[in-house]
Design a protein around this ligand. Structure first.
Ligand code: NDP
Length: 493
């Protein structure tokens, strides 16, 4: 396996939740699995005043309390020695001199070459502020033949205009090849497995098109609410928070053409083509092919929970959607005429993200039973929880006659691996260190996805309450608890 070059990771927003809950644990796992470079340093940067020791202690406390991590105190101790912290005002250009001094002195002290990854784990407003300051102190380029990369967290813009503006600003400071726009869904094993399933098996590709597929469903339901992120969620909503990024990326992996080769640019070319082939929504589609909802008081997993409008930092008359169902088309040779459906929602009955490929039924149906009148054949790719792949088909019920029952052939991903599956951030951080951007979004694809989403947001802004449905927390969502394409008008599939 390729090894990552010796380098330094500078995390902005290091005093925050993402760093503590995701980035440091992922780096620790990489350390334990001996996948970090031989010489490696993590430099946390934020405004909060803290010494190295305090910062290390905070990370150590979290790691020690985390049930997902198997700790060995010797390993934890040596890992913590890789971590440093610098407190400085990230809003103030002059303070970046202090950051630079710290970087240079650590590089000297630890004999680390001038290879740096900057990770923007700050509030999104800072994504446009920090890079120009890095440029002002010439941290964006290496004068010593080293490398620079910048990882930008989600959300990447709030609409096409802001995404374009952010892209243009970043491109003035870093090359496209140095910019890593993260979407942690692509770091999930099952998501990467879509590519392997499709492109390493001869049996699926001949069926993977409009001739044999009836429709495709991508759904992501959560039992959680907005988890004290009311302020952010009020400006985002489910369409921006889940669909524009995560679920559209899943869709692209399902819908893309086989790449010319398995290098990052060939794969990202195909992803961008899918987004460019999405049929633009008309005003009519924005209201009729999209259903939005908002949860009200209810009970989830036995606990009473409040409705969205009663959540902290949410307006009492908020029209922000916490649920979206969409029906849309991909206008290309492979998918012409085949509807795609996306569903996502918070405070639903169960937590589950999966993709279901519904195959067409046989031309004639001879048998009665579960498959009568519809296709028995579905391929279900479960992304979370219990990562798995299931193939459904009809079989005869033993005994007299020919009654059909739908059965399932199931593969559970963890049967391939005894240890737990690596967290998405482990894979993505390692890829960035290795310089592999396959699982990161490219600017053209990102802008194309916003181009598709923008008209819907604009239409909703014009008509904030039109067709906004309410659903009880703990239910399957609006529309009488229906799930799947049936929630759209029947016959319009
Ligand atoms: P937090 O609010 O917990 O942390 C953000 C950090 O940024 C703070 O520690 C803050 O530290 C620092 N910061 C730097 N400059 C500013 C500034 N001008 N105003 C406010 N804070 C500043 O956020 P998260 O860690 O949860 O999220 C960070 C980014 O990652 C966000 O963009 C979020 O969308 C994204 N993200 C987070 C996920 C998560 O699970 N938490 C998941 C996916 C994406 P200080 O005050 O010390 O400077």
């Amino acid at each position: 396996m390729k090894e990552a070059e010796n380098q330094m990771l500078v995390i902005f927003g290091a005093s925050g939740d993402l760093t503590r809950r995701k980035l440091i644990p992922a780096l620790f796992e990489l350390y334990v699995r001996r996948l970090l470079p031989e010489k490696f340093i993590i430099l946390g940067a934020a405004r909060s005043l803290m010494s190295n020791e305090e910062f290390r202690r905070k990370q150590s406390d979290y790691l020690s309390a985390s049930s997902n991590i198997s700790l060995n105190s010797k390993e934890l101790g040596s890992f913590l020695e890789l971590i440093y912290y610098v407190a400085f005002d990230t809003d103030n250009c002059k303070e970046y001199v202090k950051l630079k001094e710290m970087i240079v002195s650590l590089q000297k002290e630890k004999d680390i070459p001038d290879n740096i990854i900057f990770y923007l784990a700050t509030p999104p407003a800072m994504y446009e502020v920090i890079p120009p300051f890095l440029k002002a102190v010439k941290l964006n380029v290496s004068l010593h033949g080293g490398t620079r990369k910048i990882i930008v967290e989600k959300p990447f813009g709030t609409d096409l205009k802001s995404a374009k503006r952010l892209n243009r600003k970043l491109e003035l400071i870093f090359n496209e090849k140095e910019i890593y726009r993260i979407d942690h869904y692509l770091g999930k094993e099952t998501v990467q497995n879509i590519l392997v399933l499709r492109f390493s098996n001869g049996i699926f590709e001949p069926l993977w098109n409009r001739n044999y597929i009836d429709y495709v469903e991508i759904s992501s339901s959560e039992t959680l609410g907005i988890e004290n992120r009311g302020k952010y969620y009020e400006t985002a909503g489910a369409l921006r928070d889940m669909i524009q990024n995560h679920l559209m990326q899943l869709m692209a992996f399902i819908a893309m053409e086989p790449p010319a080769s398995f290098d990052p640019e060939s794969i990202r070319d195909e992803i961008a083509k899918v987004f460019r082939s999405l049929r633009a929504f008309s005003t009519h589609d924005c209201h009729n092919s999209v259903i939005r909802g908002q949860y009200t008081d209810g009970e989830v997993e036995g606990e009473t929970v409040v409705g969205y409008r009663k959540e902290k930092e949410v307006a009492a008359d908020s029209n922000t959607e916490t649920y979206v169902a969409m029906r849309y088309m991909i206008d290309n040779w492979r998918w012409s005429g085949i509807p795609f459906f996306i569903f996502t929602g918070k405070r639903l009955k169960e937590k589950r993200t999966e993709i279901t490929i519904h195959f067409k039924s046989t031309p004639q149906q001879f048998f009665k039973g579960q498959c009568a009148g519809s296709s028995c054949n579905q391929l279900i790719i479960r992304v979370q929880p219990d990562e798995s792949i299931s193939m459904k088909f009809g079989l005869k019920i033993p005994g007299a006659g020919f009654e059909v029952k739908q059965v399932s052939m199931d593969f559970y991903y963890d049967s391939l691996k005894k240890d737990k599956l690596p967290d998405a951030y482990e894979r993505l951080l390692l890829d960035a260190m290795l310089g592999d951007s396959t699982l990161y979004s490219r600017s053209d694809a990102l802008e194309a996805s916003w181009r598709f989403i923008d008209p819907i947001e604009k239409e909703w802004m014009k008509h904030p309450t039109r067709n906004l449905l309410y659903y009880k927390a703990g239910s399957n969502g609006p529309r009488q608890n229906l799930i799947g394409p049936e929630i759209f008008d029947s016959g319009n599939k």
